[in-house]
Design a protein around this ligand. Structure first.
Ligand code: ATP
Length: 443
């Protein structure tokens, strides 16, 4: 049933020269060691789809760890090996990662007079994978470079844009594959195949999902939230009853869909304009997914998703900060209120919270103000620091925070500009403070 077609021409056309060289040298090394080496998984899928993918996964029919060590010393890089799993990661000097796994030749004893047969180990390796489209291998040894190894009809499925499991127990074995199916379906605009969909519904009827650990659910949710369009996945999950199966409070409401739509837009806008700080997608989208959930109920969700204590604390605090900021922003009037006030409202909030506030605000002027904060205010720096205060002879203490904070606000509001002006103001604040609090050193 195995089909092999040579796609060397596509491989050469679609990969950058550097990646091509990498594949060739890995194949040459395999040849020298007498082992067959394959590129596998998403890397091969994405060559066929014409999508860039730089996560190279190799499978070696031999000793993957030894292969990785030799490969690293040939190409310049370091190796992290996991002997328990017979896998290794090579990190090349230019930062490129290459994951290497071992496929062992396994011998199967057949009953009666039949001889022991050698099952192609790459086939066993691929059979453990989630979907046909991810179960392709590409030979890279010289002589057979570019030969596509397709045991399960993956090429046909890619042509028909179908997500299909390899066997009927796949979702029972690992229910997180349901979320993976949805993720790939939406990402590539594929369709989950008919039989595969029936198997998903079966698995859901068996309540396999409710039994899945929070850590694993959260892990897959995070992958979804890193996709281009997480909402598309959420909507599909909702249609299949998966949101409620994870936790009833996670059911999508109209409000949640609306905010998640806005979050998607604001997120893309931010990514286009700013490189830093990077948004942690899940922190952003989880705010939308939990919108409208009461403060006293939110713990149910964080417990279900197995947040760490710190994550839970930060998340609750972020929700509170957002609520607080929303109120304050209502009262802030452009042209009337001070810019330093806007700064104080927004400055303590992590950028995910700021974007949420933007998505949440229907009022155009509030969005504009937040955007002004992101574009300019958050970068404002004063030209005086603690060392300067020390040089001015000011005793270190809480007064430092007070002075530096007031200087910042003065600078934002345009009351001080140069360093000299700021130093002058620092002295003034210090003296005022002395008058107000008395000088304890004289008593
Ligand atoms: P992406 O483009 O999102 O990185 P990928 O296909 O490379 O997609 P990974 O999550 O990096 O996906 O996984 C690498 C490979 O490991 C996949 O191609 C898939 O074959 C396999 N895999 C990952 N998770 C599972 C799973 N839960 N069950 C079976 N196979 C899996």
């Amino acid at each position: 049933r195995r089909r092999e077609r040579n796609i060397a021409a596509q491989v050469k056309n679609r990969l950058p020269q550097k990646m091509l060289n990498l594949l060739k040298s890995a194949g040459d090394l395999g040849h020298k060691l007498g082992w067959e080496v394959y590129a596998v998984g998403g890397f091969v899928r994405d060559i066929l789809l014409g999508r860039p993918n730089f996560d190279l996964d190799l499978v070696v029919e031999g000793d993957g760890i030894e292969f990785a060590r030799k490969f690293a010393s040939l190409s310049g890089g370091r190796v992290k090996a996991h002997s328990k799993f017979k896998t290794a990661v090579v990190i090349l000097d230019d930062g490129q990662r290459v994951d290497v796994a071992t496929a062992r030749l396994e011998y199967y004893e057949y009953p009666a007079a039949l001889p022991t047969v050698e099952l192609s180990s790459i086939k066993m390796d691929l059979y453990r994978r989630d979907f046909t489209v991810n179960a392709l291998a590409l030979r890279i040894n010289p002589g057979r470079f570019g030969q596509l190894v397709d045991f399960f009809g993956a090429e046909r499925d890619i042509r028909n844009r179908t997500i299909r499991v390899l066997h009927s127990l796949s979702f029972v074995e690992d229910p997180t594959r349901i979320l993976r199916a949805i993720r790939f379906e939406r990402r590539f605009d594929f369709q989950i195949g008919g039989q595969t969909m029936r198997l998903i519904k079966n698995a859901l009827n068996l309540e396999l999902f409710s039994k899945l650990s929070g850590t694993r659910v959260m892990h897959e949710l995070q992958w979804i939230m890193n996709e281009e369009d997480p909402l598309a996945c959420f909507i599909r999950m909702q249609e299949l009853g998966i949101m409620a199966a994870i936790h009833p409070l996670l059911k999508l409401t109209k409000d949640k869909v609306q905010i998640l739509t806005e979050l998607g837009k604001v997120h893309n806008w931010y990514k286009l304009l700013y490189l830093e700080p990077e948004i942690t997608s899940w922190k952003l989208y989880i705010l939308g997914m939990t919108m409208g959930i009461k403060r006293e109920d939110i713990g149910q969700v964080t417990t279900r998703l197995h947040f760490t204590r710190k994550e839970e604390k930060d998340f609750k605090q972020l929700r509170d900060m957002i609520g607080d900021a929303l109120m304050k922003l209502m009262g802030w009037r452009e042209g009337k209120s001070k810019l330093s006030r806007l700064y104080s409202i927004l400055h303590p909030i992590p950028v995910e919270g700021i974007l949420f506030l933007m998505a949440r605000s229907r009022k155009e002027h509030i969005r504009r103000n937040i955007s002004q904060y992101l574009a300019r205010l958050r970068y404002v720096k004063i030209d005086v620091d603690g060392k300067d205060l020390l040089n001015l002879g000011i005793e270190p203490g809480p007064i430092y925070t007070i002075i530096l904070d007031r200087l910042m606000r003065a600078k934002i509001d345009g009351h001080v500009e140069t360093r000299e002006e700021q130093l002058e103001m620092a002295i003034k604040i210090f003296k005022e403070d002395l008058v107000q609090n008395g000088d304890s050193t004289e008593n």
